[in-house]
Design a protein around this ligand. Structure first.
Ligand code: ZN
Length: 383
C-alpha cells in the first residue's frame, strides 16, 4: 500500500538498515536486519529505509522478505537515479523508493563529471518511471548542503513536477550548523512547498541539532538511525531526535520510547559498535548520579537533575558511590539493602569511601562499600 502522508504530521524515517549498514565495517546478518525492522515497526517508526536492492544477492532477498512482513511502517528501498535500480526495488515489493543523485557542483563536476542539466534529466526520468509504478517517491539531493541554493530549488521543483512526493535534503558531509540549515530549508520550502526530509550527518557533532533546525524551518520528515549509526561520524540518532522533540519542542510523536535501550543494545551488538556509557538518551550513565549535591537533589525529587524518568527510555536510575559521593548517597545505598545507616556513621564512613575511590580511580562496587563499613565502623563498634 502506498504511503500517504497527513498534513501537520512529522514522520520518522529510519535508515539504520541502509545508511547505518553503510558504516565502514558494519554488516548485519539477514536475520538481524529482519529483527531490527520488526523492532522499529513495533515502536511506531513510520518508514524504514531497508537497503539497496541493486546490490542483488542476500541484500535484495532480505529487502523482499522485510517488504512481505506486513509491517505497519512503509518500506523504502534506496536507488541511484537509474531505471534498472528502481526495477530491482519494485521486484522486492517495497511501497516506497528513494531516488538519489548528487546536486552540488563539486559532485557534479568531480564525481559524475557531467552537468546540472544531466542531473535534472536523469532525476526526472527516474521519478517519472517510479511514478508510473505507483510507489511513494523520495528524491534525494545528495550533498544538498553544498548545493547552490537556486539550483537546489530548481531541482526540487522539477522533482515535484515529475511526481516526487518529497525531497530528501542530505547534508552528506555534515558541514552545516543549525542556523544555516534553518535558512536553507526555509528557502526551499517557501519556494517549492515540497515535503522535505532532513538527512543529516554528525561530522561536527551537529546531526541531531541540524535535523531539529530543519524541522523548525518546515521539514516534515526526519531521517535517523538507531545509536546514530551511519557513514563516518554517523547520522542523527533516532532516540535523540524523538526525545528532543518531546522534551525540548514539546512534540510527542507517539513512539514507544520505553524500548529505546533494548533497541540500542540490540543494534549495538548487531553492528559491533559499542554503545558508550555517556551516549545521549540511552547510555547507562545518563541516569547515574555520583556527586553529593546531585544525589541529594535527585533523591529528594528526581526532577531536580533529570528531565524525564529513566524508565521512559528503558533505563534505571543509579546512585553511584565514589569520590564525589555525599552522605545522602551512602544512607540511600544502605537503604537499598534494607539497612538503616545513621547519619553519624555515614559521616564517619565517607572519608574512607573517598580515599579508596581515588586510589582505585573509579567508583566503588557495593561489596567494597560493605567491606569499608565492616572494617571502619562495625569492627570498631565490636571493640
Ligand atoms: Zn547519509
Amino acid at each position: 500500500m502506498k504511503f500517504i502522508r497527513e498534513n501537520d504530521k512529522l514522520y520518522i524515517v529510519d535508515t539504520t538498515l541502509r545508511d547505518g549498514e553503510q558504516t565502514a565495517g558494519v554488516v548485519f546478518a539477514n536475520s538481524e536486519k529482519i529483527r531490527i525492522a520488526k523492532m522499529l515497526d513495533e515502536i511506531g517508526v513510520n518508514q524504514l529505509e531497508v537497503g539497496i536492492p541493486a546490490m542483488g544477492g542476500d541484500e535484495k532477498e532480505t529487502i523482499a522478505k522485510i517488504a512481505k512482513l506486513g509491517l505497519n511502517a512503509s518500506i523504502m528501498a534506496w536507488n541511484r537515479a537509474v531505471i534498472k535500480d528502481i526495477k530491482e526495488s519494485l521486484e522486492c515489493g517495497v511501497d516506497a523508493v528513494a531516488i538519489s543523485i548528487s546536486t552540488s557542483d563539486i559532485h557534479i563536476e568531480h564525481k559524475l563529471k557531467t552537468s546540472r542539466q544531466w542531473v535534472l534529466d536523469h532525476m526526472t526520468e527516474a521519478v517519472a518511471f517510479a511514478k508510473k509504478e505507483g510507489v511513494y517517491i523520495s528524491v534525494n539531493a545528495e550533498d544538498a548542503s553544498r548545493t547552490d541554493i537556486n539550483f537546489l530549488i530548481e531541482f526540487a521543483k522539477s522533482a515535484k513536477q515529475a511526481g516526487a512526493d518529497r525531497l530528501r535534503f542530505c547534508d552528506t558531509v555534515g558541514i552545516l550548523d543549525p542556523f544555516e540549515t534553518y535558512e536553507k530549508i526555509k528557502a526551499v520550502k517557501e519556494a517549492t512547498d515540497i515535503d522535505i526530509e532532513m538527512h543529516t550527518h554528525n561530522d561536527f557533532g551537529m546531526a541531531t541539532a541540524n535535523a531539529l533546525a530543519g524541522i523548525k524551518a518546515g521539514a516534515n520528515f526526519v531521517g535517523v538511525t538507531v545509536n546514530g549509526l551511519g557513514e563516518r561520524a554517523g547520522n542523527a540518532a533516532l532516540e535523540e531526535v524523538v526525545m528532543a522533540l518531546k522534551y525540548v519542542y514539546k512534540r510527542d510523536l507517539g513512539i514507544d520510547t520505553k524500548k529505546f535501550r533494548e533497541l540500542s543494545e540490540y543494534v549495538s551488538t548487531a553492528s559491533g559498535r559499542q554503545l558508550p556509557s555517556w551516549k545521549a538518551i540511552v547510555g547507562t550513565n545518563v541516569f547515574a548520579h555520583e556527586s553529593g549535591i546531585h544525589v541529594d537533589g535527585a533523591l529528594k525529587n528526581p526532577q531536580t537533575y533529570e528531565i524525564y524518568n529513566p524508565d521512559e527510555v528503558g533505563l534505571e536510575r543509579q546512585i553511584v558511590i565514589g569520590k564525589h559521593s555525599g552522605t545522602a548517597a551512602l544512607v540511600n545505598k544502605f537503604k537499598e539493602y534494607g539497612r538503616a545507616l545513621p547519619e553519624s556513621e555515614a559521616q564517619e564512613l565517607l572519608p574512607y569511601v573517598r580515599s579508596l575511590s581515588i586510589q582505585l580511580k573509579r567508583c566503588l562496587f557495593d561489596k567494597e562499600l560493605i567491606y569499608l563499613y565492616e572494617e571502619h565502623i562495625l569492627n570498631k563498634k565490636v571493640i
